[in-house]
Design a protein. Structure first.
Length: 176
């Protein structure tokens, strides 16, 4: 019994050290390089390796040389079984103001080995709340929007792209 406990203690220590020592900044730069293939550029960011996560501050996102958003804080946690990106204070470009409110307070993107087919996301902002699910196999994006009063009042043209369910949630599905 003592040997078994010792084995699990060493195994847990090994896994924790592996997560702590993984080169998170190198993985981030690799992901950034892969996004450039789609003309999505992340610039001006400050990277801080905090041990078990990577903190990204003051990033600017550009798509095809057009500024799309500014991100105040982003925390990336890379664990083998559960990976997450937590984003705070996203300010969209003024070009999007006719489609959606410009401030997103929080967004969280998760990928888990428990549900390996789907990437899940939740976001809250001036638009209300949204749950998103992207099926990696079917390449199906599903959005469930619970709109705020501002969204219902000023952004009816955007809501026309969604289907309203019986419980007041707006649903959008698209194969990508």
């Amino acid at each position: 019994m003592v040997r078994l406990m010792k084995f699990f203690a060493y195994f847990l220590f090994f896994i924790l050290m592996l997560m702590y020592m993984i080169p998170k900044t190198s993985i981030y730069h690799y992901a950034e390089h892969q996004l450039k293939k789609f003309d999505l550029i992340i610039s001006g960011e400050e990277l801080i390796d905090t041990g078990f996560s990577l903190q990204v501050n003051n990033a600017s996102l550009s798509l095809k040389s057009v500024d799309m958003a500014k991100v105040a804080e982003m925390s990336i946690s890379i664990f083998a079984l559960y990976n997450s990106i937590n984003i705070d204070n996203i300010y969209l470009s003024s070009m999007a103001s006719s489609f959606i409110p410009l401030k997103i307070q929080n967004a969280k993107i998760t990928y888990s080995i428990i549900d390996p087919v789907n990437v899940n996301a939740k976001a809250y902002g001036e638009f209300g709340g949204i749950n998103a699910k992207f099926n990696l196999v079917k390449r199906l994006l599903r959005l469930e929007l619970s709109p705020s009063k501002i969204m219902l009042k000023k952004y009816q043209s955007t809501l026309k792209n969604f289907k309203k369910s019986k419980d007041g949630v707006y649903i959008y599905e698209k194969n990508i």
